[in-house]
Ligand binder design. Sequence first.
Ligand code: FAD
Ligand code: DHB
Length: 388
Amino acid sequence: MRTQVAIIGAGPAGLLLGQLLHKNGIDNVILERQTADYVLSRIRAGVIEQVTMDLLDQAGVGARMHADGLVHDGVQICVDGIRHRLSFKELTGKTVMVYGQTEITKDLMDGRAAVGAPTVYSAHDVSLHDIFSDKPRVTYRSEGEPRELVCDFIAGCDGFHGVSRPSVPAGAITAYERVYPLGWLGILSDTPPVSEELIYVRHPRGFALCSMRTPTRSRYYIQCSVAEDIEAWPDQRFWDELKPRLDDEARGHLVTGASIEKSIAPLRSFVAAPMRFGRLFLAGDAAHIVPPTGAKGLNLAASDVQYLSRALVEHYADKSNAGLDHYSERALKRVWKAERFSWWMTMTLHRISDNPFDHQLQLAELDYLFRSKAAATAFAENYVGLPY
Ligand code: FAD
Ligand code: DHB
């Protein structure tokens, strides 16, 4: 088989790239290791920046998001039982959208099916070849048969545990990493959210987050140990641990119920640089990971895809390689700012250290955030998403 761009991975990065390329007349094939149902069953991100919304609109898949997504003008931060509100709208004129990654993935899959662009699900043993030549290839097995895809470019959109990044010669890549000694235990339940806005909670027992997917579906997270066994967390234990971390009003509004999903996510900061190796371009979690605090992971995947899709369109339509040559540098500039923000939110809101000095610094950071318009504006600018 031959295509212009071989895309590895049908997560948000791969699917969005495929859709934007297709819109611009560039052929692409997506190879995905899992089945479509499996990809759709992963509950992940929930908050979408304005620039990500714009990109989904450009890709022609924004209609359901605008109809069903929840526009949020601000966010609340609760520190030791006292809630503070930060208004994005007042501070930046912008808002964010609460719309689950599962729904975005579904919209992108439906959009791809509607235009008939090919996706190979359950593609096994995906392997990249000749990335430094002008005829790279991807081999894989599908339905037990060996296959080969010859292409002009490969987009490695296969997440943190994918095959693209490890295909690069070790000496060509630099990895920057910070692993946090904690995880997020998340629960999804068909119960109304405690508040109309998200509440990030800093509490001596540990961080908590009250989020949502719809007015009748809540998403809650609590900080847990990275070694935690999910089997040790029946629903009741989760609710019993969440409640004392909340303020009185939120606790009063909390409706508990059976979980429909429960999972533990480790917290990690990671950046691989550069993001281009010959004709291989990494995008999304394949190149970088942020701890979830601040909801930047999916949004960063989208901004990489914006730079990469424009660069590929320039290559084919304008015969210019300038965008491809600048891709890594441009994407990494935005990546590092989101890394900084996610690290800052993580370090400010979690119980990470037992050193009272660190606790006082967290309280000082937060007090400054609530009292200084400059600090609040800087926070809001980052939360709603920096411009591309
Ligand atoms: P992915 O979504 O990881 O997609 C990569 C795809 O590549 C997958 O479908 C995978 O099956 C496929 N793949 C992997 N290896 C291969 C291979 N060898 N061959 C073919 N295909 C392959 N972000 C937030 O903003 N908020 C959150 O609450 C949040 N929660 C998260 C919870 C978890 C458990 C994880 C792992 C991530 C979470 N994130 C969250 C991050 C966010 O979901 C990611 O940043 C986003 O999914 C990145 O999209 P992506 O397309 O780059 O990668
Ligand atoms: C959600 C996840 C986040 O990491 C975050 O900062 C906000 C919301 C969520 O899953 O709803």
